[in-house]
Design a protein around this ligand. Structure first.
Ligand SMILES: C[S@@+](CC[C@H](N)C(=O)[O-])C[C@H]1O[C@@H](n2cnc3c(N)ncnc32)[C@H](O)[C@@H]1O
Length: 253
C-alpha cells in the first residue's frame, strides 16, 4: 500500500505541460485538472513559505516541484556551471537572459552581486516558470523582471522601444538551430561595445557530445564565428554531477 501511494505521488508531481500535450482525450482533461488542482495547493504553500527559504531550489522542494530526468535542465544542476555563471556575471550591472525555465541561472546572477538587475524572458511552456518568477520577485524585488514572450518578438521590441543595453547577454533559450541563430543575431541590438555574450550548449571540443540539445547552438555559433559577427573569448565544459554541459563566452564585433 505504501509503495502504491509513493508511486502515485511520484507520478502526480511529474505531471507537466509536455505530458498533458502528449496525452489523448479524455485522459488529457484529467491530467489538466490534476495539474491545475495541484498548483492551487502549491500556490497556497508558496505564499506561506516564501519568506522562510533561502534558495530557489529549497523553494521548489517545499512546493514539490522537482527536476528529474526528462525535465528541461537548469544550470544549478552543475556546480561547475553555476560557479562559472557567478564568475562571469561579477560586476555586471544589467543582465539579459533568454531562457528562464525555473529561474536557477537568474538566481545565480542576482545572488552574486547586490546591485545586479536581471531581465529574463521565456516562452512560458513550463507551468513552474510562474513559481520561479514569484520567488525571485519576492526575494529581489525590482532587481528582477521576467517577460513571458518568444525571444523572436521580444528582443526586436526591446531594442526598438527601450534602446536598453546589457553588460551580459546570456542565451539559453530555444535549442533549435534557427532559435539559437536568431537569438545571437538579434541580441546584438541589446549589446554595447563591452558587452559579454554567453551562449549555452555550444560544443567546440569533444564532439561526441553533440546531440539534439546542443547541435543547433553549436552550428549557429560556428557560422557567426566564421563570418566575423562574433569573437570567441572562452570555451567551457562542465562535467560534474554526471552531466555534460558546455558554453562559449564571446563578444559582438
Ligand atoms: C534550458 S532551459 C533554460 C535554463 C535556465 N537558463 C536555467 O539554467 O535555469 C531553456 C528555456 O528556454 C525557453 N525557450 C525556448 N524557446 C524559447 C523562445 N523562443 N523564447 C524564449 N524562451 C524560450 C524554454 O521554455 C526553457 O524554459
Amino acid at each position: 500500500m505504501k509503495k502504491f501511494f509513493s508511486r502515485l505521488y511520484s507520478y502526480l508531481i511529474r505531471i507537466d505541460d509536455p505530458k498533458i500535450y502528449n496525452a489523448k482525450y479524455p485522459f488529457k482533461l484529467l491530467l489538466k485538472i490534476i495539474l491545475r488542482s495541484l498548483n492551487i495547493i502549491r500556490w497556497i504553500v508558496a505564499y506561506r513559505i516564501v519568506g522562510k527559504v533561502d534558495s530557489i531550489s529549497e523553494f521548489y522542494s517545499e512546493i514539490h516541484i522537482f527536476w528529474y530526468r526528462g525535465n528541461e535542465g537548469h544550470t544549478q544542476q552543475s556546480i561547475e556551471q553555476t560557479y562559472f555563471l557567478s564568475k562571469i556575471s561579477q560586476k555586471k550591472e544589467n543582465i539579459f537572459e533568454i531562457g528562464f525555465n525555473g529561474g536557477h541561472s537568474a538566481e545565480t546572477f542576482l545572488k552574486n552581486n547586490i546591485s545586479t538587475k536581471v531581465l529574463s524572458c521565456d516562452i512560458g511552456w513550463h507551468y513552474y516558470s510562474k513559481f520561479g518568477e514569484f520567488y525571485l520577485k519576492k526575494k529581489f524585488g525590482n532587481r528582477f523582471q521576467m517577460i513571458i514572450e518568444d525571444s523572436k518578438t521580444l528582443v526586436p521590441k526591446l531594442s526598438e522601444n527601450t534602446n536598453k543595453k546589457f553588460d551580459l547577454i546570456y542565451i539559453d533559450g530555444g535549442h533549435e538551430y534557427k532559435d539559437a541563430r536568431d537569438d545571437i543575431l538579434k541580441s546584438k541590438e541589446l549589446a554595447h561595445d563591452k558587452s559579454i555574450l554567453v551562449v549555452d550548449d555550444v560544443v567546440e571540443r569533444n564532439m561526441q557530445h553533440l546531440d539534439h540539445s546542443n547541435s543547433g547552438p553549436t552550428k549557429a555559433w560556428k557560422e557567426f564565428l566564421e563570418n566575423g559577427f562574433v569573437s570567441a573569448l572562452e570555451y567551457l565544459e562542465f562535467t560534474d554531477n554526471n552531466i555534460y554541459r558546455s558554453a562559449v563566452v564571446g563578444r559582438y564585433n
